[in-house]
Design a protein. Sequence first.
Length: 294
Amino acid sequence: MTFMKAYLITMFSAFCIILFMRKLFFHKNYDLNKFSTAKGLVDIEEINKNVFNIFDEWQKVADNGLTIDPPKEIPKPTEFLLNNYTRLEYYYWNQTPKNTNLTLEYWNQTYIDNLVKAAKINPSKVPLSYLDECLSVYTATKHFGIKDKIGAVIGSQQPWAEVFLLANGVKHITTVDYYQLSINHPKMDFLYAPDLPLKKEKYYGKFDFIVAFSSIEHSGLGRYGDPIDPIGDIREMNKIHCMLKPNGLLYLGFSVGVDKIAYNAHRIYGRMRLAMMFEGLLFLFRWLSTKNLF
Ligand SMILES: *[C@@H]1O[C@H](CO)[C@@H](O)[C@H](O)[C@H]1NC(C)=O
Ligand SMILES: *[C@@H]1O[C@H](CO)[C@@H](O)[C@H](O)[C@H]1NC(C)=O
Ligand SMILES: *[C@@H]1O[C@H](CO)[C@@H](O)[C@H](O)[C@H]1NC(C)=O
């Protein structure tokens, strides 16, 4: 485990989108796609399948059930809070699918294409969930090139990220979420998050890039119906490793600051947990919001 360069860890809580390139899972200093083991030269996909069992381990947690009502008190505080070195405050939300009167969203082609048309003229005209912060996804994916690439968006309730990707010329996007979305567009499809372990073979090493903006920091807290899991966010990062191609890009957006859980709303990432999240990824670039949101 190494700490990220100090300049990345700003000591104020602001939204941040960070661009990474996927390197090998552990041997991040070696840009090799195959490495020596007792069983000969192997690639990281084989290790992910046979050693880390990332999807099966996630499935074991999920078998305890998706969250219907998130616990009001933080469960297993020692584990969630890294032996209590993580700040804790309470900011409770219950937005599981069963507790939200969210009408099923239909993302049809006309709806999406009209938004894409608007985005091409002025990206800030697209309805955004976090105002200006979301525009960093437009800028980042424009500058680092997703044209004609295949990608995924992890966590999405409104199609703004997808619309930005389409405006920037993406070939195909898979949206992954705990809410059931109905997507009908030739360049898009939907994957219900709990189905991922069943379909893992299809998704190993599939994506050129992944966008996860305001998503991973919620994983494991049950707010959106995901299984309660002290390392839900880290498991999510491991799944992203499995789904990205080697050298694939991850556009990751969440808040950085002092390590904190605002239970059960979100986590803030600081010196301890950022390092755990970034294992095996090469830091490329960062866009930091000037707004102090949390
Ligand atoms: C962390 O705090 C919780 C709640 O105060 C307590 O139950 C637990 O024993 C603490 N764990 C450690 C390792 O200090
Ligand atoms: C959902 O709608 C029902 C019926 O309109 C209402 O009684 C309930 O309070 C609503 N629940 C939430 C979480 O808004
Ligand atoms: C497409 O979606 C929009 C927004 O959800 C909706 O208003 C419209 O009726 C839909 N059109 C068709 C043809 O389904």
